[in-house]
Design a protein around this ligand. Sequence first.
Ligand code: C5J
Length: 225
Amino acid sequence: MNSIHTAKPYPYPLPNNKPCLVIIDMQKDFVEPGGFGESLGNDVSVLRKIIPNLLDLLTCFRKLGLPVIHTREAHNDELSDCPPSKIARGNSTLKIGDEGPMGRILVSSSDGNQIIPELAPIEGEPVILKPGKGAFHNTNFSKILTSLNASHLIFTGVTTEVCVQTSMREANDRGYECLLVDDCTESYFPEFKKSTIDMVIAQGGIVGWVDQSENIISALEDVYE
Ligand code: C5J
């Protein structure tokens, strides 16, 4: 059985079918000034440091013809898919649906809701619009994974302890083999990122595996090229 032998807490098996790259919420709302992330009081520049690593991993998946799925945390214009509790929550200067410098906060039609240009999806790469923190809640993510015959998901994106971790846990509960890429995920709070990584690999990999992008790229090239 092929594997990524450097993964923690033990080698991550690589399947005969294709592993899928899942890029969570690399949208302007969280990564650029003027969006939801900044309105919550965060320094968004800390999230940007993963972009070069994520681009390398994305390029590898595209080169090898392996599937890539993007998500955006997004609501419709009427906010009919957004519970009032979600709008009320948080100490932000701009609430979900308010007009900000990049258009309405977390509304799918806004400029701020689009994926950053560096990682923009290309033709054939599905983009899941998710109204919740997890990628499965009220979306067609399950259907797309089934249509791809996916069993192994490689998770990246922001923020580690919110949408990435929630989505990975949802996937783990549904039987997917999940690997979190340490240097391709980021949090506004370094200690929360560290805790998430620790939690994933604790107790013999109770939620999945963790590794660095360089090791993953090298293993994928060996197995799928
Ligand atoms: C948050 C996310 N943090 N994508 N969303 O509200 O993690």
